[in-house]
Design a protein around this ligand. Structure first.
Ligand code: TRP
Length: 371
């Protein structure tokens, strides 16, 4: 947990100016080196373009794969609402790891977590959002038979693992990691055992092996806790590896794209909604007037549209470079950059929404069933 000098980064709250270098130091993680990036050039551009910036033992995971050992990927989703584009970040990496390394992917849906933590989220709504989110996840193209999705409230077999972990996790371990406070319901204190069960699930299910967890850096406290528990003699598992991402900025340019600001782009938005939101809210790195912009140029590093293109919607490195140069040197105006981004997002969403419809018939192929 980090809560200093205007920066708050916990699994349940991210605010202020996030200093990622400092998080690496405080959390004790490893920066992703150029050497490591070189080894995974074929993965989604999110890695080579730096949204993923830190890891734990990902080099060991790659090594295990090179030696022909079993490896897997596990990352989860807290279904507090409909999914928006920022929520795609861990799943795009999970999918590209699956494609590249032909490995299994496990996706727990923590409806219990969001039910405990979100004061106004009802039990039925948590379950409804889970279903809606699962459609979005399947639509990303994960391989049936190699991808296992489960919801805590439905795949209740997970409880048996959570209980075994809870027995080896003291209240003070959970408290140090998450800063629990006395007025919070006890669901908050138990949930860390559940998420540890998610992270170790591939090993409970398939036996001891290396898993990697692609995840926002705010989730690292869960990783640390789980790595400690993994090696307890009750389990004797491998410590799970992790890949940590920075936060995608919200439309207005804030620390994290969060829908509480009411202006996130949802995966179910219509082309008109996307156009309206980008034009109205997307924080721009452009100058106040066209003349000034032509003279001084814009700043793509703070421009939200450019960030979305860079991390999610423009896979072609050459095209991205041209957009960056044109914008920085004032040849491309903010209106033009916005129009381009709207078109790219809408093309992506059109395909996504088609696949999301088809996903409705595939759900059974992906969901784990209680034994
Ligand atoms: N807690 C995560 C979130 O709020 C979701 C999640 C549940 C998760 N289980 C997980 C993430 C296991 C990584 C691994 O976004």
């Amino acid at each position: 947990m980090s809560k200093e000098s205007g920066m708050t980064v916990t699994p349940w709250e991210v605010s202020g100016e996030v200093n990622y270098e400092r998080l690496i130091k405080e959390f004790g993680t490893t920066p992703i080196s150029e050497h490591l990036k070189d080894k995974v050039k074929k993965l989604h551009p999110l890695i080579r373009r730096g949204l993923y910036f830190s890891h734990r033992d990902f080099d060991k995971w790659l090594e295990a794969h090179e030696k022909g050992k079993r490896v897997s990927v596990i990352t989860g989703r807290g279904p507090s609402e409909k999914m928006q584009i920022g929520h795609l970040v861990p799943f795009l990496i999970a999918k590209s790891l699956q494609d590249e390394f032909k490995c299994e992917v496990f996706i727990p849906i923590s409806d219990d977590e969001k039910f405990y933590v979100k004061e106004h989220l009802g039990f039925e709504d948590a379950i409804k959002f889970s279903y809606e989110n699962i459609l979005d996840l399947i639509a990303l193209g994960f391989k049936p038979g190699k991808t296992f999705i489960f919801e805590d409230f439905v795949y209740t077999d997970i409880y048996k693992y959570a209980a075994r972990i809870a027995k080896r996790m003291t209240y003070s371990m959970a408290k140090t990691s998450f800063g629990l406070s006395p007025e919070q319901n006890v669901g908050w204190s138990f949930y860390p055992a559940m998420q540890a069960a998610h992270i170790l699930f591939p090993q409970f299910y398939r036996g001891k092996h290396m898993s990697v967890v692609p995840v926002g850096i705010d989730q690292d406290p869960f990783i640390r806790l789980t790595r400690d528990i993994a090696v307890h003699r009750d389990f004797n598992f491998e410590k799970p590896a992790a890949l940590h991402s920075k936060f995608l900025p919200s439309l207005g340019g804030g620390a994290k794209m969060s829908s509480s600001e009411g202006n996130a782009i949802y995966l179910t938005d219509s082309p008109e909604e996307v156009k309206k939101k980008i034009n109205k809210y997307a924080f721009s790195g452009g100058q106040a007037t066209i003349d000034e912009h032509r003279k001084k140029g814009g700043n793509p590093d703070v421009d939200v549209c450019f960030q979305y293109l860079k991390y999610l919607f423009e896979e072609d490195d050459n095209k991205l470079k041209r957009i960056e140069d044109d914008y920085r040197e004032g040849r491309m105006l903010t209106g033009e950059l916005k129009a381009l981004t709207i078109e790219k997002i809408n093309n992506f969403l059109k395909e996504h929404q088609k696949r999301r419809e088809l996903a409705k018939k595939q759900v059974d192929k992906f969901l784990l069933k209680n034994k």
